[in-house]
Every structure is written in structure tokens, then in C-alpha cells.
Design a protein around this ligand. Sequence first.
Ligand code: COA
Ligand code: AMP
Length: 633
Amino acid sequence: MTQGYRQNYAAAINDPAAFWLTNSADVQWQNPPQTALDESRAPLYSWFPDGTLNLTVSALDRHVAAGRGEQTALIYDSAMLGTVQKYSYAELLAQVEKFAGVLRDRGVSTGDRVLIYLPMIPQAVVAMLACARLGAVHSVVFGGFAPKELASRIDDATPVAVITASGGIEPSRRIEYLPAVAEALDRSQGSVRDVIVAHREGFEHALAEYSQRPETWSDWDELASRATAAAAVPVPSTHPLYVLYTSGTTGAPKGVVRDTGGYATALTYSMKAIFDVRPGDTMFTASDVGWVVGHSYIVYAPLLAGATTVLYEGKPVGTPDAGVFGRIIEQHRVTTMFTAPTALRAIRRADPQGELWASHDLSSLRALFVAGERLDPDTYHYAANLLNIPVVDNWWQTESGWPIAANPLGLDDLDRKPGSPSTPVPGFNVQIRDAVGEPVEQGIEGNIVIQLPLPPGALTTLWGNDQRFIDTYLSQLEGFYLTGDSGFFDQDGYLFVMGRTDDVINVSGHRLSTGAMEQVLSAHPAVAECAVIGVNDRLKGQRPVGYVVLKSGAEIDEVTLRSELVAMMREHIGAVADFREVSVVAALPKTRSGKILRKTMRQIADGKEFQIPSTIEDASVIDELIPLLRTTN
Ligand code: COA
Ligand code: AMP
């Protein structure tokens, strides 16, 4: 390793207060912080307790004031519509000020929550930033989640307003958001006063149908035509910028809370140290604003850095073909791209030689960042050979907000090792511990933990539930945050992340809970018990597979049951669950204490070596299941 990375890493670990206070100066504060870290509530920490700021000032106003108002801030590229729309920094600022005015006029104020349920359209970016402008806390929900999931988030975050659109466009169908929002509101407790609807051409938008409801449903443009611009409201650095729900072991989603000043500092640092993105560069992150990658690297970080961000509505393949990313790179002169391994695998399957990409001028592209799930070496080589630029695997999570391990291109171009996201990022003291919390030797797999305090930008708590935050992440090993991933360090200090240690699975880079899926299956009247496991999938990384045991006397044929269970999953979790396979089995393997042996089932399904625990209740159950499990791959 060379100096830049080493120096940064050592400085951030040896004197985090000085390191982060220095880096906080790259953000524009109303009152710059004098104190770096508040430890008075450990293990709950907060960064820059005496700083105040409004993040949108650093992301928008500052660039306009510096004379770069005409530079493009946002490019909306819709492969679904075949259109491109550009917004300069001055235009985006004006839209954000105006929509913040709309929210203010509807009574939204600092600290109120606002739920955003939108497809990948510019209003999603404007709505997020408008909330930030007022100090309102946004909670964006991915469009692929069903009304029931939306309702559980509404009940937890108790938003005063929902911002949605008249429709979304998927290759296979149109998504009707309004009935979904109405259903979610019917299922929830009634905190929402306002529903604001962005109109999309081609979608009938009969707001009159909703006029009898308890909430006021209004049209975005109509409200905007009457609103005046809202000024930025300075908030304490520790003020929540957003709550982003993510899946955990249990069914109930966890509301990850992000602060304002720490996040702004961390993202700004990440753009310099990891992504090497400078003012005027163009970043194209092919994710969705509903995920953390979208929050951080479609919306906030590129704008904080004064770069241009591409908001892409479409898929990596089929809209219209596997060359679409190449087209976008060429057309918008993209310098930095970010995508998920699944997207690269889908492209590779459709275009094994990469001819469609190669037919475009890719000369502007300096680096491709890849995250969301493990980047398998085959996919790494495909992308690296095709593009002949650094392909940077980076490992992180909704909770961390920015990469925990990555090749820090802005500091040093370290050697790359396929299968590893390289080394820990400055600020993250990453260690590997065994089941009882003892350090393990190099090369041995164990739980990946991070020494507290986590650096700026990482979650500060779970919404409304400090105790759940402590119980979920901090109580297993004193002084450490448990990532939920397992892995090991090699002899060169490179981290290899091997997979989750809990019931979280990653389907096409979408984080889902098998626990939540099991809750859905067990609600079927014929199902006595069930297990859902994530099995390896060549395209999607993992896919969920269900196994159900029927209640005695249940009279239902398997085909009907299967289609009912698949439909229930779609209705309760959403299309994003991608749940298509379920089998009826005579029994599930369990320990004597009644715990289903999901890990053993997963190992068998993945064709891995497995050991049957000595505590198994009835070993013959697993013998009977082996042939079925083996056919899943
Ligand atoms: N709104 C509503 N529904 C959505 C949706 C959204 N925003 N996104 C996906 N869905 C639906 C799809 O329409 C599909 O529904 P269907 O079963 O009716 O066809 C279902 O969810 C599964 O979709 P998807 O995950 O896109 O699978 P796919 O087989 O259609 O496509 C890939 C496969 C690989 C092309 C796709 O998964 C992909 O683009 N993956 C990359 C994801 C990514 O970038 N993740 C980044 C996270 S950091
Ligand atoms: P999410 O919170 O949706 O970003 O998902 C986080 C989880 O995705 C992590 O805990 C990992 O299990 C997995 N993940 C994300 N990026 C990587 C990566 N580069 N390598 C391995 N696993 C990853």
C-alpha cells in the first residue's frame, strides 16, 4: 500500500476527532462545528454536536454562488420513455426551493416526516432535497414494495405527507401508484394529512376519486404554481436527514436514521478519497433512489461534490438492449459509473463478448464501482476486460451509508484482487471475530465487526428505537458494531466478504428478509410451518425458495397452493421479493429445541459441504429433503 491511503487510514483511526473535523471543513456550515464527537451517550455517538447547517446549501446554493449555476446538476435519462431532460444547478435549486415552498404551505415543518414513493423521475430528487431544505425527514420507499410494506413504514415513521406519482413504468407492466398509496393509508394509523401526486403523461390521474378520503390529495404542479420559494432552514448537524427502512432478521423493517452534518462530511470525503469525483465530472449510478446506493450516490454525494448526476429510468438489459449503459456513458460523457453485480451478470448473459457496450465511445469513463452484493471474480473479469479501467468492488450497507471497504481510487490505486472489496476505508476499524467475540487469525472466516464509534455518515440509531439499535447491532460484542456479514482478511490486509450470517438475503442487489417472507407463507390457512432460504443464483446472486409443511387434513393440490403462495408474497411484500419457487415437504429439519436448520438447508441447496448438527431432532428428515434441495440449483 502506498502513502495516501495509509496516511489517511492511520489518521482516521488514531485521531478520529481531528481527522473528521478537518474533513468537515469541505461542507458549508451555518455554524462550523468546534467539537467532533459527542460520546456522552455511548454506545450512541453523534458527530459535530455543535455544528449547524442545511445540507442543500452545500449541494446546490454553494455551486450556484460559485458561478456554476449553468452547469448541469441532473440528467434524467428515461429508457422507458426514450427521453432525456437536463437541469442546471440553478434550475434544480429553483425547483427545490419551490417544492420546499409547497411542503411548507401544506404545513410540513422541520422534523416532520415525509414519505416518498416515486419511480425514477426528477421529482424524486427534488422531493428529497426539498425535505432537506426544510429540515423535514424524508423516508423513501422503493416502488417495488407492496402497500402492506408501505403501511408498516408509514406506521413506524408517522409521516405527515406522502409524495407519489400517477404511475411508474416497468418493462412488463405499468405501476399504478395511487391505488397502492390509498390501500397503504387504509392499512395504517392515520398520521398522513397530505398526498401530493406528480403527474406523469400517459397515466390518468383522477384525483377526484380520492376526494372523499381523510387526507387531502393534490397535484404537484398545481400546488407549485401557487407556491413561493422556501429558504434553507439550518438544522443541528445531528438532525435526522432521512429514515431509510431496510430488512433485518425479523419481519419488521428497521428505520435506519441518518444525521445531516456527519453524512454530508462523509459523502464529501468519499467522493474525494474513494470515487475520485470532482466538480464538473459526471456520475452515473444505476440504482434506485429507494435504496441506500441511490440516496448516497445518485442524489447527495454527486451534488455535494458539484458533479452532474444521471438519474436513469430503465434496466441494464431489454430497455432496449444490453448496450444501454454504454449508450448513456457515451451520450452524457460519464466519468464515473456505479452499478450492481447482478446488472453486470444480466448484461454478460445477453452480450457475452460485450460487443454492444464496445460499440459506444466509452473513453470518458475513468472507473466502474460495483456494490450491493458480492462481486464474483468471473463478473469482475468480464467488466475489467471489457472496459479496461479500474473496476472497484465496494462493500457497505444501508446502515453504513457509504463504503466500509473499497479501493480508495482518490488516494491510491491499490492492487485489485477479484472477489475482494480491497481494504477498509479510512474511518472504519474493521475486525474479524469468532462466535464468542475473540479475534481470529488471518485467513479464517468470522463475523465482520467494526470498532465504535462508527465514522460520520453511518446510522446514528433506528427510528424511534434506540434500544432496538443497541440490541440489533451493538450488544453482541461490547465496543463493536456487528455488520451481519462474515468474511476474512488475507495476508495483505484485503477483506473478503463472504455473505450474511443472518436471515437477510440479497436478490438482484435488493436486500430482503426471509423472516418476513416466512411470515407471509405461514399466514396461508393450509400451511403448518415453513422455511424460506436464499439459494445461489447465477443471475440474481441469490433467490428465495420456500418449503412448506401442510396442516394435517389440509386439502389443497400443490399447484393451486403454489400459485396462492406466490400471489400472497407479491401482495404482501411486493414484486421485488421475486418469489417464484415453493415446495411442499413432509417435514422441516429442526434441532431438538425446535430451531429450523436453515443454514444446513442452504448449504445443501448451494452444493456446499455441510455438517448435520448433533442437536438435530430427526436426521431422516434431512435425508429425505436432500434430493429436493439439490434440484434447486
Ligand atoms: N417498481 C415496481 N416494480 C418493480 C420495480 C419498481 N421500481 N423494480 C422491479 N420491480 C418488479 C419488476 O417489474 C418485476 O416484476 P414482475 O415479476 O412482474 O416481472 C419484479 O419486481 C422483479 O424485478 P427485477 O428485480 O428487476 O428482476 P427482473 O428479472 O425483471 O430483472 C435484472 C433482472 C438483473 C435486470 C434486474 O434485477 C436489475 O436491473 N438488477 C439490478 C438492480 C440494481 O441495480 N440494484 C442496485 C441496488 S444497489
Ligand atoms: P444493503 O443494505 O441493501 O446495501 O445491503 C447490504 C448487504 O449487501 C451487505 O451487508 C452485504 O451482505 C451485501 N453487500 C453489499 N455490497 C457488497 C459487496 N461489495 N460484497 C459483498 N457483499 C456486499
